[in-house]
Write a protein that binds this ligand. Structure first.
Ligand SMILES: [Zn+2]
Length: 246
């Protein structure tokens, strides 16, 4: 073989390559495990909701990358003795293979996985909360909840993609208010039916006044089919009591 590529480098590669590979695979697996362990030990449903919504897809993708790079590397360290020619053939073929599998997994995480996440998030958001006293709390309707939201929260609900859920313990009157940010959460696209439609921008085109309702435009764009749409929302008239105290 060429003097620049002595065979003993291959044996060094085989040894350290396999150590690195095993390390990468172990890191990928333990990060998946720690994600689900953390969910298991987070008892508060709202915290669990936020954690899944914010991290799960990103975390799984990162773990997959670690695992896939590790597995490809490991595959390239298993054969000894070997020649440089076979080394490069294997490296090329396994890298191509890895890239193809990577693209498939990325698409699954981006387009199919959100349905599964959505189902879990819905369940977390609407399953009954338990108060500190151990009573089952009740979720108030949009009309009932306003009494418990301050003016700022109501304005936010009217104007932006924000939802407040109010849970009440009817025995002790203890309330728990949870904020859901619609911008961080994908909707179902009516063109391609994937759960990939997100609010990209919000613009108040007509501020609300004491006498007139305002208007807000939400710009939505789909991460799958690229469909862009806008939706007009009305903003409730300003509350005279609150404006007077400003
Ligand atoms: Zn779409």
């Amino acid at each position: 073989m060429m003097p620049l590529m002595p065979d003993h480098i291959l044996s060094i590669w085989n040894m350290y390559g396999s150590y690195t590979a095993i390390l990468l695979i172990a890191a990928g697996l333990s990060l998946v495990l720690s994600h689900y362990l953390k969910l298991l030990f987070t008892t508060d449903k709202k915290s669990r909701y936020d954690y899944i919504n914010k991290n799960e897809i990103k975390r799984l993708w990162f773990c997959f990358l670690l695992f896939a790079i590790g597995a490809t590397l490991l595959l390239n360290t298993l054969f000894y003795p070997t020649t440089w020619l076979w080394f490069f053939v294997r490296l090329f073929l396994s890298s191509m293979m890895g890239i193809i599998i990577g693209v498939i997994v990325q698409n699954m995480l981006k387009f199919y996985f959100p349905f599964y996440i959505e189902k879990r998030l819905k369940k977390l958001r609407y399953s009954p909360r338990i108060s500190a006293e151990g009573n089952v709390m009740k979720l108030l309707s949009e009309e009932e909840e306003d009494v418990y939201l301050d003016e700022g929260m109501q304005a936010e609900e009217n104007a932006y993609s924000v939802d407040y859920d109010v849970w009440i313990d009817e025995k002790t009157k203890f309330t728990k208010i949870e904020k859901y940010n619609g911008r961080l959460h994908a909707l179902k696209c009516d063109k391609c039916n994937y759960q990939t439609l997100k609010v990209s921008k919000e613009e108040i085109t007509q501020p609300a006044t004491l006498n007139e309702e305002g208007e807000l435009i939400k710009f939505l764009s789909c991460g799958y089919c690229g469909q862009k749409s806008r939706k007009s929302h009305r903003i409730a008239k300003l509350n005279p009591k609150v404006s007077a105290t400003d």
